[in-house]
Design a protein around this ligand. Structure first.
Ligand code: ADP
Length: 161
């Protein structure tokens, strides 16, 4: 049984994340999407909301489970008996940080591998922060998010103004 973790903040989940989750689900028997609870960041969506949104957009992928975690990613991976952490790479700018994280994780948990999957070219520009910025000013989000998330973010950001 090959198990992978796809970690992130997912604030909110974008088409770029979904693409990486789907491709990981093709490669592994079981995939845990791990939402990192990071007390130093101020997220737009609560952890419960992010879990619910991720569950909604991955409901058709049978081998994907959504969970949140705090603390070290490798501890979460070990708890789930995962052998691999999967990260999407958008651009060279992601690379330096991601390699540093991968090497650190390898140092503290040598049995866990990190696998990088290059972004789908359609989504190489896409991040959760870009989505929030576009939503704030009422821009078109149809290429960036599934429809059900567009509605939720518009309500949330609209409600904030
Ligand atoms: P963001 O950087 O959008 O705030 P996260 O912190 O939730 O996203 O990122 C979690 C993981 O998802 C990271 O490995 C990141 O590189 C990857 N990822 C985010 N957006 C994309 C995208 N558009 N294409 C491929 N991978 C992505």
């Amino acid at each position: 049984m090959k198990i992978a973790i796809v970690p992130g903040s997912f604030d909110p989940v974008t088409n770029g994340h979904i693409d990486i989750i789907k491709r990981t689900a093709e490669l592994f028997d079981e995939v845990y999407v791990g939402i990192l609870i990071n007390s130093s960041k101020k997220p737009l969506f609560t952890v419960e909301e992010r879990i619910e949104l991720l569950k909604k957009v991955t409901k058709d992928i049978k081998n994907v489970k959504i969970e949140s975690f705090c603390g070290l990613l490798v501890d979460f991976a070990r708890a789930k008996k995962a052998s691999c952490i999967v990260k999407g790479l958008r651009a060279v700018s992601d690379y330096e940080y991601e390699v540093q994280m991968a090497l650190t994780n390898k140092q503290i948990a040598p049995e866990i591998e990190t696998l990088f999957i290059p972004t789908n070219g359609l989504y190489s520009y896409l991040s959760s922060s870009i989505v929030k910025e576009v939503a704030k000013y009422g821009g078109d989000l149809t290429q960036m998010l599934p429809n059900e998330i567009i509605e939720v973010i518009q309500n949330k950001i609209g409600g904030k103004q």
